[in-house]
Ligand binder design. Structure first.
Ligand SMILES: [Zn+2]
Length: 64
């Protein structure tokens, strides 16, 4: 008897079978994995990119 564990995809909340059938677990697909990855990357960029934003303000002032 094999016990099947079902988890919820963190991105779309779909049921994902925890096993070899789901290489992207806990995500249901590579797409959902990338979406979750992108969310984290965006948050890190927002923090790390803050100093850069003030740097580029000089450029936009020139353009105005
Ligand atoms: Zn999903």
């Amino acid at each position: 008897m094999t016990k099947i564990t079902i988890v919820s995809c963190p991105t779309c909340k779909a049921d994902v079978e925890w096993g070899e059938h789901s290489p992207y677990r806990p995500f249901c697909s590579k797409k959902c994995q990338m979406i979750d990855f992108g969310t984290w990357a965006d948050e890190e960029n927002a923090i790390a990119g803050a100093p850069d934003m003030s740097d580029s303000d000089g450029w936009s002032e020139d353009q105005y």
